[in-house]
Design a protein around this ligand. Structure first.
Ligand SMILES: NC(=O)c1ccc[n+]([C@@H]2O[C@H](COP(=O)([O-])OP(=O)(O)OC[C@H]3O[C@@H](n4cnc5c(N)ncnc54)[C@H](OP(=O)(O)O)[C@@H]3O)[C@@H](O)[C@H]2O)c1
Length: 288
């Protein structure tokens, strides 16, 4: 099976390459090799490679900067996705597209099921929602949209690597406690995505690790587990603050836990609790 991967240098792209099943012929393209903002390059690539699947992990992911770079975010997160769906509709290929909890408003207090209404609060969320809508229109029966959340992994820019750097540099940290979600390790997500492709899953699904946390809880766990592994030398105080005390250009959902039950059932997955996944990732980091 021939699979074309976009955004290969990203944290999820790297994990998908590390965990590639042997039977997959993977053509992994980073931004230099395949620029999602170049529509004609994208159309030519699909027509020439004619992949059985495209896994689209490439995205404009700088959530705050998207508020002022709307056109670029839209070109990558919405228009490129539309182009992929149009070309795959012609070639007969399938599309696995990665989307986000930020398509939701975050005003519930129960996990979001896949069919919940999209109501993005930010430009990033709106562009990702537009990408999803294009797929639903253009490639409804040969597409799989997997929304995930709070992703971190080795070799990526993410909350875990940022916290480890700040915990080593500073003598105190403040972290918000009133945004709730589920931290998700790239490697558990990538393994689930390969499984979903093997089973030809279609539709809209949710995939995160198990459990819930605030960013504050996540930060405390990072410090505890990093200290145990010698990744940090000393503990610093971590102070919980409300989001209102840490204003950002983009508004984030207050509660964006995703209900992954259907997806887990469909692929026979028993997800790791996020703290156990974090422990595994930090062990890898400490022994690398
Ligand atoms: N990170 C999260 O917390 C999170 C949460 C929910 C959903 N997601 C979704 O999960 C997917 C993977 O995210 P990630 O965490 O792996 O993000 P990431 O590490 O930021 O990777 C995204 C990749 O996309 C590439 N890219 C940006 N513009 C491009 C372009 N014009 N053409 C081709 N590639 C381009 C980036 O290239 P450069 O390295 O050159 O910038 C980067 O390698 C994305 O669809 C994202 O929306 C992420």
């Amino acid at each position: 099976m021939k699979v074309l991967l976009t955004g290969a240098a990203g944290q999820l792209g790297q994990a998908l390459q590390r965990l590639r099943p042997n039977a997959i012929d993977l053509i992994a393209c980073d931004r230099q090799q395949l620029d999602l903002s170049d529509e004609s390059e994208l159309r030519t690539a699909i027509q020439q490679i004619r992949p059985d699947w495209v896994i689209n992990t490439g995205a404009y992911t700088t959530v705050d900067r998207a508020e002022s770079e709307t056109d670029l975010a839209s070109a990558i997160n919405a228009n490129a996705v539309q182009v992929l769906a149009e070309e795959l509709a012609k070639t007969g290929g399938n599309l696995l597209h990665i989307s986000t909890d930020f398509v939701f408003a975050g005003d519930r207090n129960q996990p979001y099921p896949p069919e919940a209404k999209r109501q993005p609060l930010s430009v990033y969320g709106a562009t990702k929602a537009a990408g999803e809508e294009a797929i639903a229109q253009l490639l409804p029966t040969r597409s799989l949209i997997v929304r995930t959340a709070w992703v971190y992994g080795l070799g990526g820019r993410n909350f875990v690597t940022t916290m480890l750097r700040l915990m080593a540099e500073r003598d105190r940290l403040t972290v918000v406690w009133d945004q709730i979600g589920t931290p998700t390790w790239t490697d558990s997500l990538a393994a689930a995505l390969w499984q979903a492709i093997a089973q030809n899953l279609t539709g809209i699904h949710h995939c995160t690790d198990a459990g819930v946390a605030s960013w504050y809880d996540f930060a405390v766990a990072i410090q505890d587990l990093a200290l145990e592994r010698g990744l940090l030398q000393q503990a610093i105080p971590i102070v919980a603050i409300p989001s209102i005390a840490y204003p950002t250009p983009a508004t984030r959902p207050a509660y964006s836990v995703l209900d992954c039950a259907d997806f887990n059932r469909a692929i026979g997955r028993d997800p790791l609790h996020w703290r156990h996944a974090l422990a595994q990732m930090l062990t890898q980091l400490a022994t690398n």
